[in-house]
Ligand binder design. Structure first.
Ligand code: MG
Length: 247
């Protein structure tokens, strides 16, 4: 099932090129159907927080000149950072180094508090594509990463939550203006999704709709005004946004 949010906050399920409108996320169907091409998609979940993992792919840690971590390195994005599929995002005035990071996102389905690794997947609603947009220059100079990682629009998410996919070995590619920049498999993660969910929920309650970004593979880089960036994950879909052209 592909769960979408669209318009002014309606929920639906995508079947082929049609959106069947539902009562709530994954809820019962109404009679209404709309052509997918005619709805304005929103981020497909309403999280209370977005928990992110840094350095979860060995080669990305290496390209950043960092050690392979022994424990997950976590940070947060707030819901203000969400951006809809197809958004046009202004180039932020406070940075000269806006980077893309294509990532697999996990969407929580049931409240998680101290859930063990072997039970963690039963609490997952599904998976979607994310861009962990990052102001790389201020990430190095600010005390914390609030501005570098959680500015408005720094977490494009979508196009939908796919509930019927196994996340462990999917091809993930990021494109800038149609050119491949990241091409990896989710099997290369250092910390697995069940491990990460158990780890986070050991100290922080995860609510339905909350999002876990699972880290980016190697190949991160700069975005310039006017660039189109897309992340495509096998079995899930393709999310693309654009950086507004320089005015
Ligand atoms: Mg990241």
């Amino acid at each position: 099932m592909r769960i979408v949010r669209f318009g002014r906050g309606s929920w639906g399920v995508v079947e082929g090129e049609v959106v069947r409108v539902t009562r709530g996320p994954g809820g019962s169907f109404t009679r209404k159907r709309l052509p997918l091409a005619e709805v304005r998609l929103l981020p497909p979940t309403k999280p209370t927080k977005i928990v992110c993992v840094g350095r979860n792919y060995r080669r990305h840690a290496q390209e950043m000149g960092e050690e392979v971590p022994k424990e997950p390195g976590l940070f947060l994005k707030a819901p203000n950072a969400l951006a809809a599929p197809g958004s046009i995002l202004p180039y932020p005035s406070f940075t000269h180094s806006l980077h893309y990071e294509g990532e697999l996102a996990v969407v929580v389905g049931k409240r998680m508090r101290r859930v063990s690794e072997d039970k963690a997947l039963a609490y997952v609603l599904g998976y979607t594509c994310a861009l962990d947009l990052t102001a790389r220059d201020v990430q190095k100079t600010d005390l914390q990463w609030i501005r570098a990682k959680s500015a408005d629009g720094f977490c494009p998410l979508g196009p939908w939550v796919e509930t019927d996919v196994a996340p462990f070995d999917l091809r993930l590619r990021t494109f800038v203006n149609g050119e491949v920049r990241q091409d990896a498999r989710t099997s290369a993660m250092i910390f697995s999704i069940p491990f990460l969910l158990a780890y986070v929920s050991s100290f922080m309650t995860l609510e339905p709709g909350d999002v876990l970004l699972t880290g980016t593979p190697e190949g991160v880089g700069e975005l310039k005004p006017g660039d189109e960036v897309a992340v495509e994950i096998e079995g899930i879909g393709r999310l693309s946004v654009r950086v507004a052209p320089a005015s």
